[in-house]
Ligand binder design. Structure first.
Ligand SMILES: Nc1ncnc2c1ncn2[C@@H]1O[C@H](COP(=O)(O)OP(=O)(O)OP(=O)(O)O)[C@@H](O)[C@H]1O
Ligand SMILES: [Mg+2]
Length: 270
């Protein structure tokens, strides 16, 4: 495991690290309304690894993901995508980096209703003026099982299929890293399992790097590692997670504020 040194300066870029946050803090508001959402978080996301971020509601998961993806700026600390330090970029370059190097899967699929599945998948490339790599696109479409649905519009697809379009769209541009904020939160368990399977396959078969926020220990079981946040700090990390072991750690969080979902995949509450 790569240990990020705690020095006042961010370490030099390390080969094999797709994205890294160093001593990240994020403070919202001031005075009575001051909230420390992130409090000195350092984390590496290694290439070809699938990381799940977990922790109680309000602990800073979305804030960490938004800062790491360049959607929000930290109050202090630094974020690097590959070797690029985000704070050195102006708005235009940051927008271009997000477009070219980062894929997003949000809870709401954000598909355009008037476009077909294929047009939705290639939209970010079209906007960027890039020609899709047809071989790559074929692979992605085959992997998410949408080859027979490419001409359908979102309204003609099931929720799981729509989310798979969103996954394919995130993969199409061959981003350095994909971020998902509860990417299966809106899906039933079967459709969710499909999407998580595709994410895992994209990591294993295509070498993709992926990071996902989730409340669900079963979803976290698809990842290569789980990091646990509490009150804006990283408090635990688990390699090769299983739903049962993840649930054990979640139970250790005090206050019972975590939205523990009904887990029906092999966990016991007694
Ligand atoms: N724009 C904002 N202004 C003020 N406070 C904010 C803002 N965004 C988030 N916060 C606060 O920062 C903290 C972390 O929020 P964040 O959305 O990162 O939590 P989370 O772990 O993603 O929670 P959840 O699991 O409920 O999605 C919370 O206390 C939240 O109220
Ligand atoms: Mg959140």
């Amino acid at each position: 495991m790569t240990t990020v040194p705690r020095s006042p300066h961010a370490p030099h870029p390390t080969p094999g690290i797709a994205a890294a946050a160093f001593d990240l803090s994020k403070v919202y508001g001031s005075g009575d309304t001051r909230v420390v959402a992130l409090d000195g978080v350092s984390i590496d996301f290694r290439e070809g690894e699938f990381t799940a971020i977990m922790g109680p509601s309000g602990c800073g998961k979305s804030t960490l993901m938004h800062c790491a993806a360049g959607l929000d700026s930290p109050s202090s600390g630094s974020v690097r995508i590959g070797t690029t330090e985000l704070s050195t970029l102006n708005d235009r370059l940051l927008t271009a980096l997000r477009r070219d190097r980062i894929g997003f899967i949000f809870q709401a699929f954000n598909l355009l209703p008037t476009l077909t599945a294929l047009e939705n998948i290639t939209l970010p490339l079209t906007i960027a003026g890039r020609r899709p790599d047809q071989q790559w696109l074929d692979r992605v479409v085959a992997m998410v099982g949408l080859a027979q649905r490419l001409d359908h519009r979102p309204a003609q697809l099931s929720g799981g299929q729509q989310q798979r379009v969103a996954v394919a769209r995130a993969l199409a541009a061959q981003p350095a890293i994909i971020f998902g904020d509860e990417p299966t939160g809106n899906l039933d368990s079967r459709a969710g399992a499909e999407v998580l399977g595709f994410l895992r396959d994209s990591v294993r078969e295509l070498g993709q790097t992926a990071v996902m926020v989730t409340h669900d220990p079963v979803a976290a079981g698809y990842a290569d590692r789980v990091v646990f946040l509490s009150d804006g700090r990283l408090v635990d990390e688990m390699a090769h997670p299983t739903p049962d072991r993840v649930l054990d750690v979640m139970r250790r969080f005090s206050g019972g504020t975590s939205r523990t979902p009904a887990v029906d995949a092999g966990s016991r509450t007694s």
